[in-house]
Design a binder for this molecule. Structure first.
Ligand code: KG4
Ligand code: ZN
Length: 359
């Protein structure tokens, strides 16, 4: 089975072709990603209108490139998958409409994929990971724990009640005068800093649930920066290191709760896989925390390579393949959705109150 995938939910324009064999093994035949970081950098964040226009400018060319690299014609595809949400509506419309046109023109099934399902199923593209498993998704837009019980079967254990983790990294970067996206730069400066210089809060540490909160931590960083006046390079490094240490501590605590919750739900799984996805998974300090947590709680850690952790179309094509096998195709009237929780059918997370768009 060969599936074309298209991803345009945020600031990456991406197209990919994946193959799924009869045994369920995946192979990436092409995976092209065009990042718009340069277009948005002057504004310190993603500008939706600029993103949508850039997707229009580049998508057709990237799709042609992905097909050429895969050595396939549209007629040889078994389905066309595109991210239908959640994300920025303008961009989603560009990708989904393009997929509809290809599907209609060539008589192929359409697969309207939830972007989060793409992240959730990536591990199965890379190897034979069996359901159920524990997913930690940490990106610029989302921060959540999910039990992945099957394709389309998700149970949210917890999520952020305010900012996403990647967003917190980006905001801290801005506070200390580093550019966008901030995560990699905060990490680089943190390496040279003193993680003990500032005693930042460890949000929700000790709470008996699996939620996250980062806005209080961000406010503490803002106050510390204000108190310093003009920042020296060392000040920036120390703020970054102290922030990262607070995040690492919190993450270790939250992972302990999630491991416990997973075991309570699936006591029969001897060594549950822990999959970490999203751009923040690239952070080396946090990777050490994941490794430690996996060893401590008996989990089998899988962190996909960075190019598959961050937004890409191979994960969308693969989620499409997993859905097509189950007959979960969509008709051409399917709409793009700015908000689309993965665990749609589920009641709100216990104790989290009203969840924001980042949940
Ligand atoms: O998954 P992603 O590429 O895009 C979405 O948000 O969907 O994640 C991007 C986020 C940004 O907030 C970026 O600052 C953060 O991931 N990030 C990092 C690192 N690399 C990327 N955060 C911390 N450490 C990093 N090394
Ligand atoms: Zn993403």
């Amino acid at each position: 089975m060969h599936i074309l995938g298209i991803e345009t939910s945020c600031d990456e324009t991406a197209a990919a072709v994946v193959r799924r064999d009869a045994a369920g093994r995946g192979e990436i035949l092409s995976n092209v990603v065009l990042s718009q970081t340069q277009d948005h950098a002057p504004y310190g964040g993603v500008v939706p209108e600029i993103a949508a226009r850039a997707h229009i400018d580049h998508l057709d060319r990237l799709v042609a490139q992905a097909m050429k690299q895969a050595g396939l014609s549209f007629a040889e595809l078994d389905g066309v998958a595109a991210t239908a949400g959640p994300g920025l509506l303008g961009g989603l419309l560009v990708g989904l409409t393009t997929a509809k046109a290809i599907a209609l023109g060539h008589g192929k099934p359409l697969l309207a994929v939830n972007h989060l399902e793409g992240h959730a199923l990536t591990a199965r593209l890379l190897g034979q990971v069996e359901f159920p498993y524990l997913l930690l998704l940490i990106s610029g837009g989302h921060t959540q724990f999910q039990i992945v019980a099957g394709v389309g079967r998700y149970h949210r254990l917890g999520s952020t009640i305010d900012d996403a983790l990647g967003e917190a990294f980006d905001k801290v970067a801005k506070l200390v005068g580093l550019g966008y996206p901030g995560g990699p730069q905060v990490e680089a400066f943190a390496r040279r800093g003193n993680p003990q210089r500032f005693a930042f809060p460890r949000p929700l540490k000790g709470r008996k649930d699996c939620n996250f909160s980062f806005s209080g931590l961000k406010t503490a960083v803002r106050e510390a920066v204000k108190g310093l006046g003009v920042l020296s390079e060392q000040d920036v490094a120390d703020v970054c290191a102290s922030f990262e240490a607070a995040v690492a501590d919190t993450m270790a605590d939250r992972l302990a709760m999630a491991a416990q919750a997973f075991r309570a739900a699936h006591p029969d799984v001897a060594r549950p896989p822990l999959i970490v996805a999203g751009g923040v998974a690239a952070n080396q300090k946090l990777k050490a925390v994941f490794e430690d947590a996996a060893a401590r709680h008996g989990l089998a850690l899988i962190v996909p390579p960075a190019r598959l952790c961050t937004d890409n179309a191979a994960m969308i094509a693969w989620a499409g393949a997993e859905r097509l096998i189950l007959g979960l195709t969509d008709d051409l009237g399917v709409a793009a959705r700015a908000r689309w929780p993965l665990d749609q059918a589920q009641a709100p997370v216990y104790g989290a109150g009203k969840l924001g768009a980042k949940a």
